[in-house]
Design a binder for this molecule. Structure first.
Ligand SMILES: Cc1cc2nc3c(=O)[nH]c(=O)nc-3n(C[C@H](O)[C@H](O)[C@H](O)COP(=O)(O)OP(=O)(O)OC[C@H]3O[C@@H](n4cnc5c(N)ncnc54)[C@H](O)[C@@H]3O)c2cc1C
Length: 303
């Protein structure tokens, strides 16, 4: 792997602590970290990484990623947090790095309905397409028209929503399109009264705050809901609310949230998740599947 060229990139940071970039406040360093300017810049950087064998990882708002304690090898890139663009009366365009709650508020201000659910997804558009994020009965797949993504060699491709294999918290970006970076998404909206859109957006936010530990550091739901049930109900019924490993704790407010109660390491979180999975499997015969992305290495490799 030839990394020499990375040191010459304007704005690149070496050994960037990734706990700063995760809503969990957990994670070792990135070998290299770069906030790219725009899609053309990202394409150029991806092409160089591809040609020189440098692994590239994109990080959004870090609201769904457990970065392991050894950090991430190669280059970690962050996309610009551009704001929503209105393309027509019923289509808006979001950059891959755009924040979903900001998009929900921008739509409310313009009287555009359809993205109210996004207020409850504190992450970026690109990651939300990858994970088919959803809340309150609406998922990204319900509003996405198409998106542009860069392949690992930097080439750009457009995918219709119907080609993306969407399922519950799943898309092709987790499978055969892994390593692609979503840079733009076009979403369907509809004209509505600004006050009505804002009222629904606020109602969703109020409900979230009442039922989830919003003031704690978490990654949202730790496990996907098994068919016909809720992971939180099973974890609660297994008596695991408040269970703790090091600084990681099963939230008392919502059992499917594993919070960083202070000084948690990624190893603590993984050990607690393992305890949750084993206990729920023993008690109810259900295997809980993690919803989060796990990035990096458990232990830092010696250079
Ligand atoms: C309090 C709280 C509440 C939450 N509630 C919900 C909810 O109701 N519904 C829900 O679905 N989720 C929820 N989440 C989880 C999270 O907000 C979503 O999964 C969100 O889509 C993640 O976005 P992110 O930018 O933070 O992703 P990150 O954690 O930064 O990244 C997640 C994964 O996506 C990859 N990725 C990042 N950007 C891109 C890109 N542009 N293209 C391709 N891959 C990319 C990363 O490499 C990583 O593998 C919640 C999280 C928290 C902390």
């Amino acid at each position: 792997m030839d990394e020499e060229w990375l040191a010459t990139l304007p704005g690149v940071r070496r050994g960037e602590p990734l706990d700063r970039h995760s809503q969990y406040g957990i994670g070792g360093p990135a070998d290299w970290y770069l906030k790219v300017r725009d899609t053309a810049h990202l394409a150029e950087v991806m092409r160089h990484c591809h040609e020189t064998g440098v692994p590239l990882t994109v990080i959004g708002a870090g609201s769904n990623s457990l970065v392991l304690d050894g950090g991430i090898r190669g280059l970690v890139v962050e996309l610009p947090r551009d704001r929503l663009r209105e393309l027509s009366d019923d289509i808006v365009e979001l950059a891959g790095g755009a924040m979903m709650p900001r998009a929900a508020l921008d739509c409310a201000a313009r009287g555009l309905g359809g993205l109210e659910f996004a207020i409850g997804v504190p992450g970026t558009c690109g990651a939300s397409v990858r994970g088919n994020a959803g809340a309150f009965g609406t998922e990204v797949k319900d509003v996405l028209i198409n998106c542009d993504a860069l392949a690992p060699d930097g080439s750009q491709h457009t995918y219709a929503a119907s080609d993306l294999g969407f399922a519950y918290r799943d898309s092709r970006f987790k499978h055969d399109l892994a390593g692609h970076v979503v840079v733009t998404a076009r979403l369907r909206v509809h004209a509505d009264l600004p006050l009505a859109v804002r009222a629904l957006t606020d109602a969703i936010q109020t409900e979230r705050r009442a039922t989830q530990p919003y003031n704690e550091r978490s990654l949202g739901s730790m496990f996907t809901n098994p068919p016909g049930d809720h992971a939180g109900r099973l974890i609660d019924a297994a008596g695991l609310k408040g269970a703790r490993v090091g600084g990681a704790e099963v939230s008392l407010k919502h059992a499917n949230f594993v919070i960083n109660a202070g000084g948690a390491t990624a190893a603590d979180v993984l050990e607690l998740c393992d305890l949750i999975q084993r206990t729920v499997a023993e008690r109810f015969g259900v295997h809980l599947v993690p919803e989060i992305a796990v990035l990096g290495e458990p232990v830092r490799r010696k250079d």
